[in-house]
Design a protein around this ligand. Structure first.
Ligand SMILES: Nc1ncnc2c1ncn2[C@@H]1O[C@H](COP(=O)(O)OP(=O)(O)O)[C@@H](O)[C@H]1O
Ligand SMILES: CCCC(=O)OP(=O)(O)O
Length: 357
């Protein structure tokens, strides 16, 4: 089987070519100013298409006919976890950004384009809108406004499956708290294979991260709107793109933050400590939500490469359960594995309109 996996992130596009049971991966970083020069996410399609085409040609895969092309699923309508075909209605929802705007919307769009040249299926797996929330977790505290499940579903579920199996159990029996710490931070309560509570990684919700603000006081936001510091649209963009560490220090790279800390920058120390504090508090909150019945806490994503960060979070949360660190992410593997399960008939592809297999 030959599978092309496409994983567009906020600042990079990663691809994986899966052939003969092995995956060759390639990551392309995009300049932050270039990304910011596009007003809308879908306008980045040609730029990312050209990058992927170039990478495939350079690696000698330019003329390969794939059996499936699979992309990271974006902000479509809420769905349960699984593998979905990129049908016309799913494609239309990705293009309009029916549930919002994020680079992952390009995953299914690009998968359809590359699948057309191979004459094969275009699929997405565990999109960021996977919604398995308990009813009680949907309540925001204000009638008419619901909490939404928008998170690093693909990597959280892939890593949770691995950790559960490595600990001799199965994902469908395990109780895990998974913190994905990348450009955004999402912390999910995985209870017997369902993510029953998680902070919305793109909204003002949960801990702050490299470029996300996390939860914000409403009073302060209303005042900033009144004073014209933001319009409603620019506020939404700021919260998801230029909040968090970026807003305090003007940088997003945790390695640079830690270099500044080592050089004696007290502001960098405070902001770093604040992020540790908020992530630990989110983990603690979910432990209570799970009645303290937690098998392990899993720290993953790019920032989990920092031992200093994972040790500090472990110190604050280790009283709850074992802390397992899985640095980086397994999104390309999870995409290819999902497509392979469908191609080999192990799993049925779900229909977007009904969520049924
Ligand atoms: N070796 C490392 N040590 C510390 N931080 C790292 C390391 N590698 C990446 N990071 C940080 O991880 C974050 C990006 O994580 P990643 O999961 O790749 O992001 P995304 O959510 O965009 O996929 C950045 O803040 C980056 O600085
Ligand atoms: C929460 C949606 C996914 C997300 O935030 O991804 P990035 O951290 O890659 O931007």
């Amino acid at each position: 089987m030959k599978i092309l996996a496409i994983d567009p992130g906020s600042t990079s596009t990663k691809i994986g070519v899966f052939t003969h049971g092995e995956m060759i991966q390639e990551g392309m970083d995009h300049d932050r100013d270039l990304i910011d020069s596009f007003a809308e996410i879908h306008e980045q399609e040609e730029m990312r298409f050209a990058c992927i085409t170039r990478a495939l040609e350079t690696r000698g895969f330019g003329t390969v006919r794939f059996d499936a092309v699979v992309g990271r699923g974006g902000l479509i309508r809420p769905v349960t976890g699984g593998v979905y075909r990129v049908c016309d209605s799913l494609l239309a929802d990705l293009r309009t950004g029916v549930s919002g705007s994020h680079a992952s919307n390009l995953g299914g769009i690009l998968a359809r384009r590359f699948a057309a040249s191979s004459g094969c299926e275009a699929l997405i797996v565990d999109p960021v809108v996977v919604d398995e929330l308990d009813d009680v977790a949907r309540l925001s505290g204000l009638e008419g406004i619901e909490r939404k499940s928008i998170f690093h579903a693909l990597n959280q579920k892939a890593v949770a499956r691995r950790v559960a199996e490595e600990r001799g159990g199965s994902y469908h029996q395990a109780h895990l708290i998974v913190a994905h710490m990348g450009g955004g931070v999402t912390v999910g309560a995985h209870k017997k294979g369902r993510v029953v509570d998680v902070n919305n990684g793109l909204d003002g919700d949960g801990p702050y991260a490299a470029e996300r603000s996390g939860s914000l006081p409403v009073d302060g936001m209303a005042e900033a709107l009144r004073k014209g510091r933001f319009t409603p649209d620019s506020l939404v963009r700021t919260v998801s793109r230029s909040g968090g560490i970026f807003s305090y220090l003007g940088i997003v790279d945790l390695r640079e933050v830690e270099r500044r800390m080592d050089a004696g920058d007290s502001k960098a120390v405070l902001i770093w400590r604040g992020m540790v504090y908020q992530i630990a508090k989110e983990i603690g909150g979910l432990a209570a939500a799970m009645d303290g019945d937690v098998d392990a806490i899993v720290l993953t994503g790019g920032m989990a490469h920092s031992r200093r960060l994972t040790e500090a979070i472990s110190e604050k949360t280790g009283f709850i359960a074992d802390v397992v660190v899985v640095p980086g992410e397994f999104e390309l593997e999870a995409l290819a594995e999902g497509a392979l399960r469908v191609l080999e008939g192990e799993e049925k592809v779900k229909r977007y309109e009904t969520g049924e297999q």
